[in-house]
Design a protein around this ligand. Structure first.
Ligand code: UTP
Length: 288
């Protein structure tokens, strides 16, 4: 079945970015001049995704405004012939492709996913966090996930090769190699020692709709916080979780250091900023 839908849970509290994220959702923070969420959505559209569900919460309604038409601004830019800027805001007018639903309480990523069951309606779907970027200018991350799904017909978990000193930040997979892909055997959350591999889950997935049944069962079985990792482990136990190494540079923008790194590296590629930024960075390095 062709992959047409995507679900993006963006209802989190974003506590690592307080006070900035108290009112402004961290998913709307800019990487140079484009919100993180818009970068993710552009990639989805570019990969043939037609319908996107954003799972938000009370207080994050401003996210829908960003993807809606702003006539006043549009007219102003037209009047002053600012066509390059007009093009930028027109490309963020995506309201017809985006639907929103509210998670009742911020009870975690897996709980947020459960709100998308009716939208998904039995189809395979892309699932992304609202704060992780994996950049590959040749074949984007979503196309790599779709490719893996078409070849294996199983649920796909995106993973990124990660250096030893960063493994303690992520879920790390243990696996058996099956050709180009990994049959996931186990996932160890944020290991400080004895990580089973150097492959970290990177917030990019392509799920089959049986994940909803697994989430519901886990909700009934486990008291306390429902972890998506536990749902993935159940999927792995059923032999239906395939790891796919996503080729590309990963930025975890939900983390301050990751956010700053992304801004520097995107800035180095931005035609208006690049030269000044390079000069500035060289001067800073000399002062270190
Ligand atoms: P994070 O683990 O980054 O959590 O969520 P968070 O709450 O956003 O941020 P911190 O850790 O407090 O700083 C990963 C993704 O899952 C969404 C977030 O919005 C983010 O895109 N999420 C998280 C939900 O949709 N609902 C939740 O209850 C929790």
């Amino acid at each position: 079945m062709r992959v047409r839908k995507a679900v993006l849970p963006v209802a989190g509290l974003g506590t690592r970015f307080l006070p900035a994220s108290k009112v402004v959702p961290k998913e709307l923070f800019p990487i140079v001049d484009k919100p993180i969420l818009e970068i993710i959505i552009d990639e989805l559209i570019d990969s043939g995704i037609e319908k996107i569900l954003l799972v938000i919460r009370r207080g994050k309604e401003i996210i829908s405004q960003h993807f809606d038409i702003n006539y006043e601004l549009q007219e102003n830019l037209k009047e002053f012939s600012k066509f390059e800027l007009l093009e930028k805001i027109n490309s963020s007018n995506l309201a017809s492709k985006i639907t929103l639903i509210k998670q009742s309480q911020p009870l975690g990523f897996a709980d947020a996913i459960s709100f998308s069951k009716d939208f998904v309606c039995g189809e395979p779907f892309i699932l992304c966090t609202g704060d992780e970027l994996v950049v590959n200018e040749n074949k984007n991350c979503i196309k790599q996930l779709i490719d893996a799904y078409e070849r294996t017909n199983k649920s796909i978990v995106g993973v990124s090769f990660t250096p030893d000193d960063e493994l303690h930040n992520y879920g790390i997979v243990d696996f058996e190699r099956v050709g180009k892909y990994f049959q996931i055997k186990d996932i160890v959350e944020k290991p400080f020692i004895n990580a089973p591999s150097n492959f970290a889950i990177n917030g990019k997935y392509l799920m089959q709709s049986d994940i909803f049944e697994i989430i519901e069962n886990q909700k009934n079985q486990i008291a306390g916080e429902l972890l998506f990792t536990n749902c993935l482990l159940e999927l792995a136990r059923q032999g239906n979780a395939i790891g796919c190494e996503i080729i590309g540079k990963r930025y975890d923008t939900g983390d301050k250091f990751g956010f700053i790194k992304a801004n520097i590296e995107y800035g180095l590629k931005d035609k208006n900023v690049s030269i000044k930024l390079k000069k500035y960075l060289r001067s800073v390095v000399n002062e270190l």
